[in-house]
Structure formats: C-alpha cells, structure tokens
Ligand binder design. Structure first.
Ligand code: HEM
Length: 128
C-alpha cells in the first residue's frame, strides 16, 4: 500500500474514531451530567456542536470509504454491501432521531449500528 492510500485509510479511521468516540462520550458523560443538572440550554448547545462534528466525520467516512472501495476494487464484496446497507439504516435512524431528540432507544440503536459497521470495516480490511 502506498503512503497516499495509507493516508486515505488514516483519514477513514480518524473519522471513525471521532464518530464512535463522540457517541460514547456524549451518551456516557455529557448527557447524564447535564441532565442531572437540569441544564437544557447547555445540553442543546453541546448536542448541536456534537451533531455538526459527527456530520463532518460521516461525510469524511463516506468520501474516503468510497475512494478505498474503488481503489481496492471492493464494490463486489458482500461485506461492503452489508456495510452500506447498515450505513443507509444508520442515516435513516439518524434523521428520525433529529425529529425525536429525546428517544433514547434511537441513540442506542445508532450506537449498535455504528459498532456493527466498524466490525464489517475490520472484516473488509482483513479479507473477510
Ligand atoms: C459510519 C461509517 C463507517 C465506519 C464507522 C467505517 C469503519 C471502518 C473501519 C473500522 C475499517 C477498518 C480499517 C482497518 O482496519 O484498516 C474500515 C475499512 C474500510 N471501509 Fe469503512 N467505515 C464507514 C463507512 C464506509 C463507507 C461509506 C465505505 C464505502 C463507500 C467504506 C469503505 C471501506 C473500505 C473499502 C475499507 C477497507 C479498506 C482496506 O481494505 O484497507 N467505509 N471502515
């Protein structure tokens, strides 16, 4: 693998780290603390910034993932197709979540879908 493609994979993984890590920090630390303090305004402000960051990370994941799939000729891979199906589901659930912000089950579902997508990414990169 050349350094150029290693760089693309690096960006893919950095975005993945933000996307997964952000959800964990937000769900395990920010939401419980600000909810206990009853600070709705702040929670909304943090959620907005977190949302923008996640959207940028997701955009980078799609761009770099697209480039990697083309470069490594992986479009025919059933693992990639399953990964993209789960990604489509993630986007749909994410949009529903924007409409119903307080539905915690949706946040849990988004995290589960993300973790499954990460697993499929690993399977893809390790030839599974
Ligand atoms: C939420 C979105 C995504 C997440 C969390 C994610 C996560 C990952 C992870 C963890 C890896 C493993 C990298 C490694 O171990 O070296 C990976 C690899 C990969 N991903 Fe994604 N990914 C996402 C979206 C996408 C999209 C949209 C595409 C294609 C359009 C894509 C295409 C690929 C490809 C082709 C590889 C394998 C690269 C290689 O063979 O080295 N990913 N992804």
């Amino acid at each position: 693998m050349t350094d150029l493609w290693r760089g693309v994979l690096y960006l893919h993984l950095l975005s993945m780290a933000f996307f997964v890590g952000g959800q964990l920090v937000f769900g395990l630390a920010v939401v419980p603390v600000l909810r206990d303090e009853g600070d709705r305004e702040r929670m909304r402000a943090v959620a907005r910034r977190f949302g923008y960051g996640s959207l940028i990370a997701l955009g980078l994941l799609i761009l770099t993932g697209w480039a990697l799939a083309s470069h490594f000729q992986l479009w025919g891979s059933s693992t990639l197709q399953l990964k993209l199906t789960l990604l489509a589901a993630l986007i749909v659930v994410g949009l529903i979540h924007l409409r119903f912000g307080k539905a915690h089950a949706l946040q849990g579902l988004i995290l589960l879908l993300t973790l499954a997508i990460v697993w499929l990414g690993l399977r893809l990169a390790t030839g599974g």
